[in-house]
Design a protein around this ligand. Structure first.
Ligand code: COA
Length: 324
């Protein structure tokens, strides 16, 4: 994982908008987040995370045969972020693409990577989550509900075909869902390709349609329902009991959402792990960032059962069960 060095505290945001450290911590659990600095691009964050993943795996970029990058904050409208990452990694001509499933993006990307490997089309796939949200938020009181939540960061994992019958590590299940009728509850309306004659107008900017809109309570309500639901569905598909899970990792959108979900499923604190306090909501990057820190901190060890669960814009939601 990689996060930019610049730390932005709640008090720093409080100087720009009508909010407070107390409000943010009480409602979300967030104390600080990271923002990129001039000269840094999304692909730079992704590159740093990918280089660490390659080093940890003892692999070179030439050992990969696909790069899948999940993001909701692509470096450019097209071709996205993954192609700039590809250039920076000197990835020859292996395929890469951006995948958009917002905060559930990493779980969706894992699902595709799993499919590529199971079908035999790929042997080794790098799955990256990368977000730069700091440049896309309204840092005034009008945008405070979203602005205080989001942060910048990246995380990466490498999946490979495991044909060793004595090694049970791997993906046991991935279950994903979408419900497009809620798309406008958490979205960025502009630029829009359907807007004639131009995707982005001065009027749209004046109306702040290029900033995220979020119906916070509506999102909260759906997240606390869908996350336990899909987690149970995925565990059932993997024939794993909730008591047999060593670690539950939840997308870091709001600590209160995750506490609610954990309480609903009677999961005690020592079987969860969070880093939202330090990084805020890094959307598609949050789960690989959590995996990296959980492993580094000794929370996640080889052979353990870990679940990954997320909910996000679309609406999208999903859960994975892995043996680490
Ligand atoms: N600082 C201070 N006050 C704020 C604020 C901020 N950053 N953001 C909103 N408020 C105010 C509101 O304006 C409102 O004021 P009012 O009562 O005078 O109208 C009040 O706080 C309560 O707003 P509400 O939106 O009902 O708060 P909430 O308890 O629902 O908390 C969220 C807001 C955003 C923290 C919460 O709805 C949430 O976490 N939703 C889900 C977000 C999420 O997960 N998004 C990403 C999905 S991947």
């Amino acid at each position: 994982m990689y996060v930019p060095e610049r730390v932005v505290t709640n008090d720093e945001l409080g100087a720009l908008m009508d909010t407070s450290d107390e409000w943010i911590q009480q409602r979300t659990g967030i104390r600080e987040r990271r923002y990129i600095e001039p000269g840094q691009m999304p692909a730079d964050l992704a590159q740093a995370a990918c280089e660490q993943a390659l080093e940890a795996a003892g692999l070179e970029v030439d050992d990969l045969d696909f790069i899948l990058l999940a993001t909701l904050s692509s470096q450019h409208e097209f071709p996205g972020t993954s192609f700039f990452l590809h250039e920076q990694l000197n990835a020859g001509n292996i395929p890469c693409l951006d995948l958009r499933a917002q905060c559930s993006g990493f779980i969706y990307a894992l699902n595709f990577a799993d499919g590529l490997i199971q079908s035999g089309k790929s042997r080794r796939v790098m799955v990256v989550g990368c977000e730069v949200q700091s440049t896309g938020i309204d840092r005034t009181t009008e945008g405070r509900d979203v602005a205080v939540i989001f942060g910048d960061g990246a995380g990466a994992v490498i999946l490979e075909a495991n044909e060793d019958e004595n090694d049970s590590a791997g993906i046991l299940d991935i279950t994903v869902h979408s419900e497009g009728k809620h798309a406008r509850r958490l979205w960025i309306e502009a630029p829009s390709s359907g807007h004639i004659p131009c995707r982005l107008t001065q009027e749209m900017v004046e109306k702040k349609l290029h900033f995220p809109y979020m119906d916070g309570r509506y999102v909260f309500k759906h997240a606390v329902t869908r996350m336990p639901e899909v987690l149970k569905e995925s565990l059932a598909a993997a024939s794993i009991k909730i008591d047999d899970v060593d670690l539950f990792l939840f997308h870091q959108a709001n600590l209160r959402i995750n506490e609610f979900v954990a309480q609903k499923l009677e999961i005690d604190d020592d079987r969860t792990f969070s880093n939202i306090e330090r990084f805020g909501n890094c959307s598609a990057a949050s789960i690989p960032m959590l995996l990296a820190e959980a492993e580094r901190n000794g929370k996640l060890k080889a052979g353990q059962i870990v679940t990954l669960t997320a909910f996000g814009s679309g609406f999208t939601w999903g859960s994975a069960v892995l043996r680490w």
